[in-house]
Design a protein around this ligand. Sequence first.
Ligand SMILES: NC(=O)c1ccc[n+]([C@@H]2O[C@H](COP(=O)([O-])OP(=O)(O)OC[C@H]3O[C@@H](n4cnc5c(N)ncnc54)[C@H](O)[C@@H]3O)[C@@H](O)[C@H]2O)c1
Length: 251
Amino acid sequence: MTDLDLAGKSAVVTGAAGGLGLAFAEGLVRAGAHVTIADINGAAAAMAAKGLAGLGGAHAVEVDVSDEASVRGMVEEVARARGRVDILVNNAAIYAGLVRKPFFEITAEEWDRVMSVNVKGAFLCVKAVYPHMKERGGRIINIASATVFSGSPLWMHYVASKGGVIAMTRVMARELGDYGINVNAIAPGFTLTEASRAAIGDAENYGVSRGALHRACQPADIVGACLWLASALSGFVTGQTIIVDGGRQFI
Ligand SMILES: NC(=O)c1ccc[n+]([C@@H]2O[C@H](COP(=O)([O-])OP(=O)(O)OC[C@H]3O[C@@H](n4cnc5c(N)ncnc54)[C@H](O)[C@@H]3O)[C@@H](O)[C@H]2O)c1
């Protein structure tokens, strides 16, 4: 079996107005899926969907993944428009805009905001799509981060949130396996997106010397893992976290 077989599938990618999420959305659309580009930035999501229109099916929905009513509304809209939800990519996160600081300077409010989007957001999205997946099965792909394995300093709330995403992936895989729903995570290393370039000086060279492959990571480098996890090719894989970082870390 070599075909990704995503034709006709209905996928939701959160945080897909730009960066990695948009790269996942484009990969899924090129593979034949219809993609809902779900983002808190509705105008940017609409632009992104327009940009993909020539490649296949995509439409935009504005959502705040940290708000349960908003997430439910998004999933209901997708179910109404597409009749099904087969693939969910939990990519939305508070990430590059975070001010790096020692953990003892992180305020309780900053901690709560990161957790409410990065951890609760993924939980709420899975909770909302599960009723639409349980008859036919489905694929859930949670975007974590390789920072969990390196213990990347000065943004403990972010790193802890991505550790939570990996932990949830394992529990969800066990609880949803009987419904034919596979749940896996991707842990990207530092990847050149607009957001990460703004956050890190000399981004092109950041961490390159530490990687076995000795080059910077582009969003397209992460997309293959997402397509594989969304496809029948990974049908016996669940509960796993795949590090995609050009060989910077081995676990
Ligand atoms: N770029 C990297 O180096 C890197 C490395 C490891 C992991 N990641 C992860 O990859 C994902 C994408 O990162 P990126 O570099 O493309 O960053 P990004 O900031 O461009 O993407 C995040 C997206 O999430 C959206 N978003 C934020 N809060 C939201 C909310 N409450 N509801 C809905 N959407 C919301 C933003 O509008 C944005 O479009 C994130 O989960 C990030 O943690 C990125």
